[in-house]
Design a protein around this ligand. Structure first.
Ligand code: ADP
Length: 159
């Protein structure tokens, strides 16, 4: 990363990090020099930080060969993390119009309080059903969800 690098923060819970998330990172790299995948946590939730650190470490292992991606965990406001990281934009994915309603409101608040814009990327149509909550629910009921969770096999070490 140089002083002039265009950096975006891709924030989320990533519980777990899915092939939909990986696709947003892959496509975001066509627009930014560097993407920081930022695993947010709530310090008031038991295990919040530990879980986020574990999740960040496992996502980082997917991108260890890619110097254009880094992975961090953070608490508090996304825009504060963006400022500390020197990011010029927040990156978010959109699966549906209901995602848009929620995301637009959050983007407006973030821009109002920080001046940092949010860039939305629509998800690939074939990934619009993939969500972390769907994966957790299927997994809880014994279904093999490995094809939806980003891994070295389906996300590619070098993007
Ligand atoms: P949060 O808890 O902040 O909603 P998530 O981890 O659920 O975070 O999602 C992080 C970001 O990834 C959000 O912008 C979400 O819309 C996007 N996203 C989630 N699933 C997909 C998908 N299948 N395709 C594209 N973007 C997605």
């Amino acid at each position: 990363m140089t002083e002039n690098s265009k950096i975006a923060v891709f924030p989320g819970s990533f519980n777990p990090f899915t092939i939909g998330h990986a696709n947003i990172v892959e496509r975001g790299l066509k627009l930014f020099d560097h993407i920081i995948i930022a695993v947010g946590y709530n310090e008031h939730k038991p295990g919040g930080m530990d879980e986020a650190l574990k999740r960040a470490a496992s996502i980082a292992s997917l991108y260890e060969d890619n110097e254009h991606v880094s992975v961090r965990s953070f608490k508090g406001l996304t825009v504060n993390f963006c400022r500390q990281a020197g990011a010029s934009a927040i990156l978010r994915g959109l699966r549906s119009s209901s995602d848009f309603d929620y995301e637009k409101n959050m983007a407006d608040v973030n821009e109002e309080i920080s001046g940092i814009p949010t860039l939305f990327l629509p998800c690939k149509p074939e990934l619009s059903f993939v969500s972390s909550s769907m994966i957790r629910e299927l997994e809880h009921n014994g279904y093999d969800v490995s094809k939806y969770i980003a891994s070295e096999r389906n996300c590619g070490k070098k993007l």
